[in-house]
Design a protein around this ligand. Structure first.
Ligand code: ACO
Length: 424
C-alpha cells in the first residue's frame, strides 16, 4: 500500500550485503583467517600488512602445542607474546580478579531452577557493569580510553582482568546453582582452567585436584576458541561497544549472540543431533533428511572456512588425550560415521561444507559437563577475543565511530492515518 519513495537509494552509494558476506567494518591486526587454506593465525605484528601468504602471525597449531590460554590471551589483547614478568603479572591479575562480590550469589539464586546457563551468564555479565561504574562513560561523563594516556589504559586493563577472571567464576556459579550446590570461592595456586574445574566440582571428592590431562585439554580448547575475528558475537560486541557503552554490557550482548544454534549454540546442537541419530546405521537416513532440508547438520559449514576448519584437527588430537582418561563417548562412532558420510557426499562437497570446531562437544560430554553448559564453555575463552577487538576499536586512531548501518527500504510510501472505524 502507498507509493514507495523512489529516491530512497539516490542519496549516494548504498551496498546491500545480506549477512555481511563482503562487508569489512573495521581494520584489524588481531586474527587472520585464510578460509581457503584452512589456517588461523594470531598476528602479533602491529606493522605487517596481513596478506594471505606473507604473515608474521603465529599458526594456531604452534600455539596449541606450545602456549597456554592465558599467554595467548595476552598475545591477542596486547599484540605480542608476554615476557616472563608480563606473563606473571597478567596471570596474577586475571586470577586475582576471579573473586565475585557476595551479592552475586543472591542474583544467581533468583533464576528459575532449570534456567539455561547461557541465560544466566548473559545476564551476569550485564550485572557486572552495575558493580564497576569506573568503566561506564555515561556515569563518568567522558570518553574513558585514550591511547598514550597511562591512567586510561590502566582503567581499561582492569576491566579486561575482571572480565577474563570472572568469566570462569560466573560460569561455575551458573553450573552450581542449577544443581542446588553452594558456590565456591576461586582457589589460589591453580591454573586458569584448574581453578575453573575446582570451582565447578571440588565438592565431588575430598581434596579435589583437577586431573592434569583434563586441565590441559580444557586449556587447549580454550586457546583455540579464544578468537576467530569478526564472527557474529564479536561483531555484536563491537557494534554494541561502538556506542561507548561499558565493556560488561558489550560482552553481555556478545554472549547473547553466541547463544544461537548457528553460532556457539552449535556445540550443544551437535550432541542433541547425535543423540537423535542414535546408532551409526541411522546416519544415511539422516544425511538424506539434511539434503531434503528437513534437518540441520550441526557442526558442519562455516562462513569463512571452505576447507576443513584447522581447529577441528586440534579438537581430534585433544579428544584422543581426553578419551584415554575418561573412556570413549558412546556417540563417537555415530559422529565418525556422520563425518565420513558427509565428506563423501556430493551435496556437501559441492557446497564446501566440512566439520567446524563444534564437534568438541564430544569432549565436553566425556568430561562430564551437562549438555546445555557447552555454549558456556565457548563463551569463557571467547571473552578474550571480544576484549581484544573491543580494546583495538576503543584505541583506534581517530576514535570510535558509532556503527550505524543503513537499510534498503521496501515499505509503503507516505499515507494518512485513518480513524479505526474508517478502516476496511
Ligand atoms: N548442513 C546442510 N547444509 C548446509 C549446512 C549444514 N550444516 N551449512 C550450510 N549448508 C548449505 C546451505 O543450505 C546452503 O545451501 P544452498 O546454497 O543450496 O542454499 C549452502 O550450504 C551455503 O550455506 P549458507 O547457510 O549460505 O552459509 P553461511 O555462511 O550463511 O552459514 C553457517 C554458515 C551458519 C555456519 C552454516 O554453515 C550452518 O548453519 N552450519 C550449521 C550450524 C553450525 O555448525 N554453526 C557453527 C558455526 S562455527 C561457530 O560458530 C563456532
Amino acid at each position: 500500500p502507498g507509493e514507495r519513495p523512489e529516491n530512497e537509494t539516490e542519496k549516494g552509494l548504498r551496498v546491500s550485503d545480506k549477512g555481511f558476506l563482503n562487508t569489512a567494518v573495521i581494520q584489524s591486526r588481531i586474527t587472520y583467517i585464510d578460509g581457503d587454506a584452512g589456517g588461523t593465525y594470531l598476528s602479533y605484528s602491529s606493522t605487517t600488512v596481513l596478506t594471505s601468504k606473507q604473515l608474521r602471525g603465529y599458526p594456531i597449531e604452534q600455539l596449541a602445542e606450545h602456549s597456554s590460554h592465558l599467554e595467548s590471551a595476552y598475545l591477542l589483547i596486547y599484540g605480542s607474546l608476554p615476557t616472563r614478568s608480563q606473563s606473571t603479572h597478567f596471570e596474577t591479575e586475571v586470577l586475582r580478579h576471579g573473586v565475585m562480590h557476595a551479592d552475586a550469589q543472591t542474583f544467581f539464586r533468583s533464576f528459575r531452577y532449570d534456567a539455561h546457563p547461557m541465560s544466566m551468564l548473559t545476564s551476569a555479565f550485564a550485572m557486572l557493569g552495575s558493580y564497576y561504574s569506573e568503566a561506564n562513560p555515561s556515569l563518568q561523563g567522558q570518553r574513558l580510553y585514550t591511547q598514550g594516556d597511562k591512567a586510561s589504559l590502566e582503567t581499561m586493563d582492569r576491566q579486561i582482568y575482571r572480565i577474563i577472571g570472572k568469566a570462569t567464576t560466573l560460569a561455575a556459579m551458573a553450573y552450581r546453582v542449577r544443581q542446588g550446590r553452594d558456590f565456591v570461592t576461586p582457589p589460589t595456586g591453580l591454573s586458569y582452567t584448574g581453578s575453573f574445574l575446582y570451582q565447578m566440582d571440588h565438592l565431588s571428592e575430598e581434596n579435589y585436584v583437577p586431573n592434569p590431562v583434563l586441565e590441559k585439554a580444557l586449556d587447549v580448547l580454550f586457546l583455540i576458541h579464544a578468537d576467530h575475528e569478526l564472527n557474529a558475537s564479536c561483531t555484536t560486541v563491537l557494534q554494541t561497544g561502538s556506542s561507548l557503552v561499558d565493556p560488561y554490557s558489550a560482552i553481555a550482548a556478545g554472549c547473547a549472540s553466541l547463544y544461537g544454534p548457528l553460532h556457539g549454540g552449535a556445540n550443544e546442537a551437535v550432541i542433541r543431533m547425535l543423540i537423535s541419530i542414535g546408532k551409526p546405521e541411522n546416519v544415511p537416513a539422516f544425511i538424506e533428511a539434511v539434503k531434503r532440508r528437513e534437518k540441520t547438520l550441526s557442526g558442519f559449514g562455516h562462513r569463512v572456512y571452505k576447507t576443513s576448519d584447522p581447529r577441528s584437527f586440534i579438537v581430534r588430537k585433544t579428544a584422543d588425550a581426553v578419551f584415554a582418561v575418561t573412556g570413549k563417548d558412546e556417540l563417537l562412532e555415530t559422529a565418525m560415521a556422520l563425518h565420513d558420510a558427509a565428506m563423501k557426499d556430493e551435496y556437501f562437497i559441492k557446497r564446501k561444507l566440512a566439520p567446524n570446531v563444534d564437534f568438541c562437544g564430544l569432549i565436553y560430554r566425556a568430561m562430564g559437563f551437562p549438555l546445555d553448559f557447552f555454549p558456556v564453555l565457548f563463551v569463557v575463552p571467547r571473552v578474550v577475543g571480544w576484549l581484544a577487538h573491543w580494546r583495538q576499536m576503543m584505541l583506534q586512531e581517530g576514535g570510535v565511530k558509532i556503527w550505524r548501518p543503513r537499510q534498503i527500504y521496501l515499505g509503503p510510501g507516505k499515507r494518512d492515518y485513518l480513524p479505526v472505524d474508517d478502516r476496511d
